[in-house]
Ligand binder design. Structure first.
Ligand code: PLP
Length: 390
């Protein structure tokens, strides 16, 4: 395989709910959810049953044909999307959902320019990468797609200042995930919406990481009651199978004509059957409300660690999308936590990102916090003794 993933020394072979097991049978609490995919926990029984049943019926069916499972999934999806967002394009990944949104914005407005935020992450295909901020992802591949601009986040005036007659859209994550789990100040998303209305440009929310109940609302933007014109979804929407979804207002989506955008696997029956079951589980098990409650509990416990460990600079996040900023590089902390049976992620250089499944319970949260406590304590001791010996 290409050597492009920052590998952890763990071979995972099995998962159930919030837990996964490695090849030697060692158990881990999964607060990474495979980068925000396994939000229902691993191998949710409804998803497993739906995949098993559908695998015996029809696995693949190009979107040039109609299909019952695709129709069912899309109908369920648009029942819960914010008002007006009811036309759907299905693909296979987050980056693809962003690619579609970029093409859609250019096609609908007839203008080329996209404004994105410093610190943003939108994926690594060439269009999505052009909106992604971090130079370590961008620089090896220059030149990227032209007409992308980045502005400082959390200040709507910065967006207003750079809009020109060539601007098609503003593209942003409601909460920046990879950029360090950064929740915007109240009023910011509303102000950006207002500017887009005034200037007659589109607002695109990349909700690839912030949707499906993750932040305590079905969609992150609902925390601020702001509805975009286009929304990008992916990761958890097919219960663990690959999916990308671009949702747009009808007049915007209908600007794309036959053949102007497509992908072979768009809306495969297997993925859509899994997606339908995943949406059922999310709604029937009331997991968004559970995520909100568990998120408050988890955040409070992490804030408790901050009082104890001076190496924690800040704890932030919303719902079960949490970040703990340390005063140094977190990679060692993540490896140590894994060795003690808790999987967490990084977000940039110095933020430990905690993305547990929505089904996590208080006992499991206590277990994660106790391991982080231990690991942070060990790190502090090591740092103290190396300062003394220096
Ligand atoms: C906000 C956001 N957008 C887009 C992507 C890209 O998704 P994918 O890796 O499925 O292409 C990610 C992935 O982490 C993401 O967090």
């Amino acid at each position: 395989m290409a050597n492009v993933f920052s590998k952890k020394p763990v071979v995972l072979t099995r998962g159930k709910g919030a837990l996964v097991w490695d090849i030697n049978g060692k158990e881990y609490l999964d607060c990474s959810t495979s980068y925000g995919v396994a939000l229902l926990g691993h191998c949710h029984p409804k998803v497993v049953a739906a995949v098993q049943a559908q695998a015996e019926q029809l696995i693949t069916c190009h979107s040039c044909y109609y299909n019952d499972k695709r129709a069912e999934f899309v109908a369920k999806l648009v029942k819960i999307t914010p008002k007006g967002l009811d036309k759907v394009f299905l693909s296979n990944s987050g980056a693809e959902s962003v690619e579609c949104a970029i093409k859609l914005a250019r096609k609908f407005t007839g203008k080329p320019e996209i404004i994105a935020l410093m610190g943003a992450f939108h994926g690594k295909t060439m269009g999505a990468l052009s909106a992604t901020w971090d130079k370590k992802y961008r620089e090896p591949f220059l030149p990227l797609v032209p007409e992308f601009k980045h502005v400082a986040p959390d200040n709507a005036d910065k967006i207003r200042e750079v809009i020109t007659e060539k601007t098609a859209a503003v593209l942003m994550e409601p909460i920046r995930g990879e950029g360090g789990v950064r929740v915007p100040p109240d009023g910011y998303l509303q102000a950006v919406r207002q500017i887009c209305n005034e200037k007659d440009i589109l607002l695109i929310f990349d909700e690839v990481q912030t949707s499906f109940g993750r932040t305590g609302k079905l969609f992150g933007c609902q925390n601020w009651d702001v509805i975009p014109d286009i929304m990008c979804l992916a990761k958890p929407f097919a219960g663990g199978l690959p999916i990308g979804i671009t949702v747009a207002k009808e007049n915007i989506m209908s600007s794309l004509k036959v053949g102007e955008h497509s992908t072979t696997f768009s809306g495969s029956p297997l993925v859509c059957a899994a997606g339908s079951a995943a949406l059922d589980a999310l709604i029937e098990e009331n997991l968004t409300a559970h995520a909100s409650e568990m998120g408050k509990y988890f955040k409070a416990q992490l804030e408790g660690l901050m009082v104890k460990h001076k190496i924690i600079k800040e704890v932030r996040g919303l719902g079960l999308m949490l970040g703990m900023e340390l005063r140094f590089d977190v990679y060692k902390i993540i490896l140590k936590a894994a060795s003690k049976g808790v999987l967490v992620l990084d977000a940039g250089r110095n933020v430990v990102r905690v993305l547990p499944p929505l089904v996590i319970d208080k006992q499991q949260i206590d277990r994660a916090v106790s391991v982080l406590d231990e690991v942070l304590g060990e790190e502090e001791n090591e740092r103290a003794s190396s300062t003394i010996s220096n």
